[in-house]
Design a protein around this ligand. Sequence first.
Ligand code: UT7
Length: 326
Amino acid sequence: MTRARIIGVGAYAPKRVLTNADLEKLVDTSDEWIVQRTGIRERRIADDSEATSDLAVKAAQQALERANLVPEDIDFIAVGTTTPDMIFPSVGNIVQHRLGCRRIGSVDMLAACAGSVYSLATGAQFVQTGKYRRVLCIGAETLSKITDFTDRGTCILLADAAGAAVLEATDEDRGIIDVDLYSDGQYWELLYQPAGGSRHPATHETVDKRMHYAKMRGSDVFKVAVRMFAESAERILTRNGFTANDLSLFIPHQANLRIIEAACKRAGLPMERVFVNVDRYGNTGAASVYVALEEALAAGRIKRGDLVLMAAFGGGFAWGAVLMRW
Ligand code: UT7
């Protein structure tokens, strides 16, 4: 049976660091409140000249290098992003050209913060069916560009980064075992960007009303996220004959340390086997799971044969999980 295996991972975060102390100067908040309620201490913010594809290209180049591949080796590109450079063309399209890939297919997947698992799962399907041998999966965001830095409910959380993983077909008994993707549109108003699309195209009024920024009902998102996060982790494990005890490492979407802790408690996952870097990056949307995977590998937290689970949730709601044998 052909499986899709990750053979190279890369990540990139902008140089500029925004600390909680910096945010104290912008909104009525405190380092103590942010750390206690979210676990976030600092995050990276792109400068005015950096767009999502700039971050994506850097992460992808590192992933390709680590996979010992050149751009011509890639057969398809799947990008998860909520903050494309522009509405079209896609970030995938821009990355295809800037990397120097052949004229391959490329697509952006809009699944908010679940764009990480959506892009990885989509790439895996193309590889498993034998359609493509190598797929470049990317999660990239510049969420700071849709963040209202006068809204303390969102500006303390959202941040910028990109991560990438190269998938390759293998007949070995390792790689992606299963994927699980879900959505439930009834929750769309809990987290969304009102304007800029066809419902509210850009006008002076939409700009004046700050409708191009992300709006969130934080505590409602929190409750739904914990439940869905835990449920999808449990479901994918059970379906494949595993329990939380079999997991070597859980790499969750890094939105809020309290959400991660609550979901893991519910799913019976001890925090020693959970990778957390939200303290240094904040919520980087579709990039977060890829960036965490890159850091987990660099820290030696994953070795050959380990059972690794990734899960993410985001606006929409959209959520899901990817289970793999490393
Ligand atoms: O990637 C998926 C997307 N998003 C998420 O996963 C985010 C999910 N939600 C959260 O992370 C949390 O709900 C927040 C961090 C956004 C908020 O934490 P919370 O514990 O749910 O606080 P809350 O919204 O229930 O607000 C509690 C209090 C309120 O004051 P009052 O009404 O009790 O006086 C807020 O006005 O905290 C206040 N507050 C703040 N205080 C200081 C809200 N934001 C801040 C802030 N600094 N930044």
